[in-house]
Ligand binder design. Structure first.
Ligand code: CA
Length: 269
């Protein structure tokens, strides 16, 4: 889709180092984005409401509050679209990456970073987000190359192109990552994947670190799914899958987490 003035993607830069934030804002505007800078957490929280960014670049070390708390607040919001979040941090310890993903960040970039690489990551993260609110609009070339998915399982309806999901016809607001988990499971044989595959394919993340990251996100996703939560099943000791179409209604209450892996082949769409 063309980036007209009206549909410029909005990026909120939450960063207290003014040299860095101003050069990021410059680079973003040069690349066709609408950029806004917040130099502390309290300003960022206000800007999230008023500016309604499509993506947040989030520094973790802010003068007034931890960046992670901002991420947690954004992901905890029960209404409104979910912006993508890319954490920018000088911290290099793996534990920070893990915590970042656990509170719902979509990506994590360690300082110092190349602005060009960051721009590529921003573009990648925004691909799904820019379809928000433009259901039925022209597809991006990226979407044409990777056919989009729209599917219905019992009372859950997912429209990947529009980045929208509905339970009982009521919209639920998923982060880009949560949407990717659902779509990835749906596209997978038997609608099932193990934790390692999810970490690698959905998170683009090295698998040794923490499979509990996946569990944390699955739990949050189930919370958001509400009455459709049981469609997202844990296959004990293996991973996760979506319920099959013929597993609806009364059968779904019988389907236990111990559902035999051997039967999954027959559940493929
Ligand atoms: Ca800082």
């Amino acid at each position: 889709m063309g980036r007209t003035t009206a549909s410029k993607p909005k990026v909120l830069i939450v960063e207290d180092e003014s040299d860095l934030s101003s050069s990021l804002a410059y680079a973003l505007r040069a690349n066709g984005y609408d950029a806004m800078v917040a130099d502390r957490g309290s300003v960022a929280l206000q800007a999230i409401d008023s500016f309604q960014p499509d993506l947040i670049l989030l520094d973790l070390m802010l003068p007034d509050m931890p960046g992670l708390e901002i991420c947690r607040k954004v992901r905890g919001a029960s209404s409104g679209p979910q912006p993508a979040v890319i954490i920018l941090s000088a911290r290099v310890q793996e534990i920070d990456r893990v915590v970042g993903f656990e509170v719902g960040a979509d990506d994590y970039v360690t300082k110092p970073f190349s602005v060009r690489e960051l721009m590529l990551r921003i573009e990648a993260r925004l691909r799904t987000h820019m379809a928000v609110g433009q259901a039925g609009a022209e597809k991006t070339s990226a979407q044409e190359q990777n056919p989009v998915v729209s599917f219905t399982l019992r009372n859950l309806r997912v429209d990947e192109a529009a980045h929208r999901a509905f339970v009982d016809d009521k919209e639920i607001h998923l982060s880009a990552l949560e949407m990717r988990v659902l779509v990835y499971l749906f596209k997978s044989p038997g609608h099932m994947r193990n934790r390692r595959e999810l970490l690698t394919e959905v998170w683009g993340y090295h698998p040794e670190v923490a499979s509990r990251t996946v569990d944390t996100h699955i739990k949050r996703l189930r919370d958001k799914l509400g009455t459709a939560a049981d469609l997202l099943k844990t296959v004990r000791g293996v991973g996760f899958r979506l319920a099959a179409p013929d597993e609806q209604g009364a059968r779904s209450s019988q389907a236990s987490d111990d559902h035999a892996v051997d039967s999954l082949g027959s559940l493929a769409r």
